[in-house]
Design a protein around this ligand. Structure first.
Ligand code: AHR
Length: 622
């Protein structure tokens, strides 16, 4: 089979320069036990039975902690906490020293020889604490003594340096003196974090995400953003400030959320990787799936409290962008960032059903935001995707209010993505722009593979073609801890020592690192019209105005090796060498990675489109 490809640079149109970003949700242990670098699980003793569906008996305040040895009692108290938001703490009552309190982290604690770890805690009562990192085999990897010198809550810290690698160590704390000792916020933080940020992120995961070169990060959800009841909404003010003063809560995905990774850390990460922050706040209603009994959507925030809630959303803009003399800008400065975070986008609502309760509350927040912060682009939601309905109610509301951008979500089969490449061709350019905030292709009963990844790639060529109406896209979910996933597929799997990007990850990375701000019209004409080729070959061509690079993306999801004759339509090529990146393999392959080489190019040249491949040709032009 051959393909005649002709590019018509004269038919160029501007497209969004924010097209490829990421969506971080705290699902699958993506935050605690994931991107957030804390190594101690349940450091604040706030885990509770209610965190876990089915009320698993292990989910108590002592989760992940055990006392080993005798003559010491271990209990939980809440009489005089370190902070009202952090009510529970551990009490060790030692008659004869010897027993140790241990924490096993998240499936063990991985340490590296020579690396430093900061053990910090709040304590009440004078004592001495022997702290150790111990391997599964019982080897002492590091130890130090911490003198606790106050009868009131006080924080102390010591640095531990590991003398060997261990994938699954644990922490031991041994009071060396008798008597009662209260402990809370027992933290073990690696000194090495992404960009060396305090209270920072796991470097390997943070870098893998950064390598996508995302133009924005949407956070903190998804369903986590609006919660499964009024009391479970993600309230940004609960997640900033000193760690001991943050308000942990149940994560609706069936675990606990410490809020250690909170709004400040999200903004900081966005800045560190040059991505626009895109926070999503609840529209005053929780998730439609939480039902009335759970405080569901019919039970949105009572109208009498809505003014305060609207103010809370407005305050977020002040926290991100306000001068240090403003109330919330000052809090950002106190956290170590006097300069603004330059917030430009805010999502209001997540996949909410468009009910009267939603409309009323969304409208209040939207209008207040327009009036107070007209420079902020509000991204509305058009509800869950029901095929054939075209998100009618959500779009009707967006048109009525003139919402500048709306968020669409769909999780569909690979075949759906292949067959719906023209999804946005029909979209009316005179209304809101689209943020495709969540999507992923799956094959029923199978893990994601090259075929699902290529179906996403071919769909994204259609998105680039529609980059004048689609402004942003993000795959979902982003991260998943092995053995703790509530949702599949995900883009990047990980455990304590490895990061395992999927094939779909490479598609995201190839789009993210090969963007343009102009779409160049082009056509592909196949020599053969076999049914097996129907909609399975496509391309997109973009140009980066700054570098003048022209980027041709070719997708072939067929079993045929195709030779393409490419006519650049008069584009003036600089030099004869272009870079060629190819992702190729068996459709069921799960381990393919892109291979980079060079290709000789001219105004007309030939390029291969191997069976089941995604190729990117990057050409310098004059
Ligand atoms: O990405 C997983 C979930 O899918 C999100 O939390 C929600 O918005 C959607 O239903």
């Amino acid at each position: 089979v051959t393909a005649a490809i002709s590019i018509q640079p004269e038919k160029a149109k501007p497209i969004s320069d924010l097209l490829f970003g990421v969506f971080f949700e705290d699902i699958n242990y993506a935050a605690d036990g994931g991107l957030y670098a804390e190594l101690i699980q349940n450091r604040d003793f706030e885990y509770a039975l209610s965190d876990k569906e089915g009320r698993d008996k292990q989910w108590t305040h002592t989760h992940s902690w055990t006392l080993q040895g005798e003559q010491t009692a271990f209990s939980i108290d809440s009489t005089a906490p370190v902070h009202a938001n952090n009510r529970f703490y551990a009490v060790l009552d030692t008659k004869v020293p010897g027993a140790v309190l241990t924490n096993t982290g998240f499936d063990g604690i991985a340490v590296k020889k020579g690396d430093k770890y900061r053990l910090s805690l709040f304590s009440k009562q004078r004592n001495k604490l022997l702290v150790k990192l111990v391997s599964k085999q019982g080897a002492i990897l590091s130890q130090a003594t911490l003198t606790l010198s106050s009868s009131n809550w006080k924080s102390s810290a010591v640095t531990l340096t590991a003398n060997a690698d261990a994938p699954d160590a644990h922490l031991e704390l041994q009071p060396l003196q008798t008597g009662r000792l209260e402990l809370d916020m027992i933290s073990l933080f690696p000194e090495k974090t992404f960009k060396n940020r305090k209270n920072g992120l796991r470097p390997d995961l943070a870098q893998t995400i950064a390598d996508i070169h995302p133009r924005f990060i949407r956070f903190p959800g998804g369903c986590v953003a609006h919660g499964d009841g009024l009391g479970n909404m993600y309230r940004w003010k609960n997640t900033i400030g000193p760690l001991e003063a943050r308000k942990p809560q149940r994560n609706l995905w069936g675990y606990h959320q410490s809020a250690g990774l909170g709004y400040f850390e999200y903004f900081q990460y966005c800045e560190d990787i040059g991505a626009e922050p895109l926070p999503v706040v609840p529209a005053g209603v929780p998730c439609q799936n939480s039902g009335v009994g759970g405080g569901g959507q019919q039970g949105g925030i009572p109208m009498a409290e809505m003014d305060d809630y609207v103010q809370e959303v407005l305050d977020l803009v002040e926290y991100a962008n306000g001068d240090i003399n403003t109330t919330w800008g000052r809090k950002r400065a106190e956290a170590g960032h006097p300069a603004p975070f330059h917030l430009k986008y805010i999502g209001i609502g997540n996949e909410d059903l468009i009910t009267d309760v939603f409309e009323e509350r969304f409208t209040m927040i939207f209008k207040a935001m327009q009036a107070k912060h007209p420079g902020i682009t509000v991204i509305g939601t058009v509800g869950p995707f029901y095929e054939g309905t075209d998100y009618e109610e959500g779009w009707a509301l967006a048109r009525q209010l003139k919402v500048p951008m709306v968020d669409e979500h769909y999780y569909e089969t690979a075949g759906w993505f292949i067959n719906n490449q023209d999804f946005y061709d029909k979209y009316d350019r005179s209304h809101a722009k689209v943020y495709l905030g969540e999507y992923a292709a799956h094959l029923p009963g199978q893990q994601v593979n090259l075929e699902t990844a290529l179906s996403e790639a071919i769909y994204l060529t259609g998105v680039e073609r529609n980059g004048d109406v689609v402004s942003m896209t993000s795959y979902a979910p982003l991260l998943a801890r092995e053995g703790h996933t509530q949702w599949n597929p995900d883009l990047i799997y990980f455990n304590n020592t490895s990061v395992k990007p999927t094939t779909g990850y490479y598609v995201q990375k190839l789009f993210g690192t090969n963007t343009g701000n102009e779409y160049l019209h082009g056509t592909v004409t196949l020599s053969d019209q076999q049914p097996a080729l129907n909609k399975r070959v496509s391309m997109s061509v973009v140009r980066d105005n700054q570098t003048k690079d022209v980027i041709i993306k070719l997708v072939n999801i067929s079993p045929f090796n195709i030779t393409s004759d490419i006519d650049l339509g008069g584009l003036s090529v600089a030099g004869t060498q272009a870079s060629l990146t190819v992702l190729q393999g068996r459709p069921s392959a799960k381990d393919v990675v892109p291979v980079v080489s060079t290709l000789t190019v001219a105004p007309q040249f030939q390029a291969a489109m191997p069976a089941y491949s995604f190729s990117i040709i990057r050409i310098k032009t004059k």
